[in-house]
Design a protein around this ligand. Structure first.
Ligand code: SF4
Ligand code: SF4
Length: 189
């Protein structure tokens, strides 16, 4: 069974996510968003060789009309429906990748393509586990195992993720210190 996180992300678990897990997922999401912002795409095309590109329900119409197709024609030719979700048919690379590694439907591409590779479930989960390990002082696993592909942007992300996690954990510690100081301060009579 999966649980939804921020509507878009599917977390593979049978249990309802407890508040402390949601809090750490929020921190992991923040780390992932910061890295997405810092590490530019270098157009290597690796993202577009992935097997599963998912579309939200409102997205097929937008892409169909940009291609001059009806929704039915587009869905039949390019999509498959599984477990109540739309996916691009599996091809490697994606149908819409041109030989010079550009997206032919750039302005209307699925939202997940703009989120990749760091604002995706896989990377957010990796950031989540690294964050928990770092907080608990465990030895960090080899980061390369966590990052989906050997691409230029993933190598850059691997070099900065621990620093980004340290930043959010330091801020968390400072917040806890402020809270405990407030609790210790004498109350006005
Ligand atoms: S793997 Fe990274 S550099 Fe390559 S296309 Fe995707 S975002 Fe761009
Ligand atoms: S739709 Fe465009 S950005 Fe998305 S996988 Fe296909 S070619 Fe890449």
């Amino acid at each position: 069974m999966t649980q939804r996180y921020r509507e878009k992300y599917l977390i593979d678990t049978d249990e309802i996510l407890p508040p402390e897990v949601l809090k750490d997922l929020d921190l992991a999401f923040e780390v992932s968003a910061r890295i997405n912002h810092q590490v530019p795409c270098e157009g290597c095309g690796v993202c577009c060789h992935q097997r599963r590109i998912t579309l939200q329900d409102h997205e097929p119409s937008r892409i169909a009309s940009s291609l001059g197709l009806s929704d039915e024609e587009f869905c039949q030719e390019y999509l498959v429906r599984e477990e109540g979700r739309w996916f691009l048919r599996i091809t490697s690379p994606c149908f819409f990748l041109s030989p010079d590694n550009r997206c032919r439907i750039q302005t209307v591409k699925p939202e997940i393509c703009g989120d990749a590779p760091f604002l995706t479930t896989q990377f957010i989960e990796a950031a989540y586990f690294l964050l928990r390990n770092q907080r608990e002082g465990l030895i960090l696993p080899v980061l390369g195992n966590f990052i989906m592909d050997d691409s230029p942007c993933s190598r850059k992300a691997a070099a900065i993720i621990s620093d980004e996690i340290s930043i959010v954990l330091n801020r968390e510690k400072e917040g806890l210190m402020v809270q405990s100081q407030e609790q210790l301060a004498p109350r006005p009579v």
